[in-house]
Design a protein around this ligand. Structure first.
Ligand code: IPE
Ligand code: IPE
Ligand code: MG
Length: 268
């Protein structure tokens, strides 16, 4: 009997990332390998979106950010863009009831105004239907790029300075972070890219300053629960130092453990 053990049992549930971001790449190659249309690869990719959203929600991950369509993806052949837009609208309509049932809240990041009106309506309906949900925050990046976002943020900050509401000397990292579409959301702990490319492709450049990066050759439509758990296990084996030494990090961890009443250093 081939009784397969659930890989999630291997996870340390106390050390899960709070925020996972995914560059979902490889749909086109998945289709080409099967002599199918690229759009069929995207359709198959939707199954992975549903699967990974469900598992993230079940595990209690707080934030899942999915790169679904980049600013640069508008340069693709019109037929592929149209097929993707249609698929996005159709998926959100179809999946919203399940998202509500699973307490998943939809957030939209990107230049949504550029999307066709019917898709915008579907997205907005999904967003409103899940606005009360308190479980997983599902952030869908559409017509998104980090440089677009940073340019917008800069423009807004410049307007505040011009209006006399903000002094240039008072611009801090928090000022910039608060003008991004991820304002109020913790930075990704783990950034996954499927499909074998080792690049960021204009995704969350500011927010991923200290994210753990995980690249896998698995094509997005093939990215199953085990592949996701592999990424989480890899993450759990890393030491996040944030510029400190390994010794400092172990002391900080030790002090965090229950029963270790450390006195925090007060810098004020
Ligand atoms: C990712 O798959 C999905 C989108 C960018 C919309 P691709 O379509 O980029 O697939 P490959 O990289 O060509 O295999
Ligand atoms: C990145 O994938 C964008 C998304 C997954 C939405 P691409 O396939 O567009 O990235 P490049 O062009 O290979 O860098
Ligand atoms: Mg690609």
């Amino acid at each position: 009997m081939n009784e397969k053990k659930d890989k999630t049992d291997l996870l340390d549930m106390n050390r899960l990332p709070e925020h996972v971001a995914i560059i979902m790449d490889g749909n086109g190659r998945w289709a080409r390998r099967r002599a199918m249309m690229r759009s069929e690869g995207h359709a198959e990719g939707v199954n992975s979106v549903n699967r990974i959203t469900r598992l993230s929600s079940d595990l209690g991950i707080r934030y899942l950010t999915l790169y679904a369509f980049s600013t640069e993806n508008w340069k693709r052949p019109q037929a592929e863009v149209d097929a993707l837009m249609h698929l996005i609208g159709w998926t959100i309509r179809k999946e919203t009831p399940d998202l509500v049932k699973n307490n998943v809240k939809i957030h939209l990041l990107g230049e949504i105004d550029r999307l066709p009106e019917s898709v915008r309506e579907d997205l907005e309906a999904g967003r409103q239907a899940t606005a009360h949900c308190t479980g997983l925050n599902l952030m869908i990046c559409l017509s998104y790029s980090s440089r677009w976002e940073l340019t917008n943020a800069t423009r807004r900050i410049a307007k505040k300075v011009k209006a006399g509401e903000l002094s240039p000397d008072n611009i801090t990292e928090d000022t910039i972070a608060s003008e991004l579409s991820t304002s109020g959301i913790p930075d990704p702990d783990l950034l996954i890219r499927t499909g074998g490319e080792h690049r960021i492709s204009n995704f969350l450049l500011w927010q991923c300053a200290y994210s753990e990066l995980y690249f896998t050759p698995v094509l997005w439509p093939d990215f199953d629960n085990d592949a996701f758990v592999d990424a989480l296990l890899d993450y759990q084996n890393r030491e996040r130092r944030f510029g400190m030494t390994s010794d400092q990090v172990s002391v900080a961890h030790h002090n965090d453990e229950p029963g270790n009443d450390s006195t925090p250093v007060n810098n004020n």
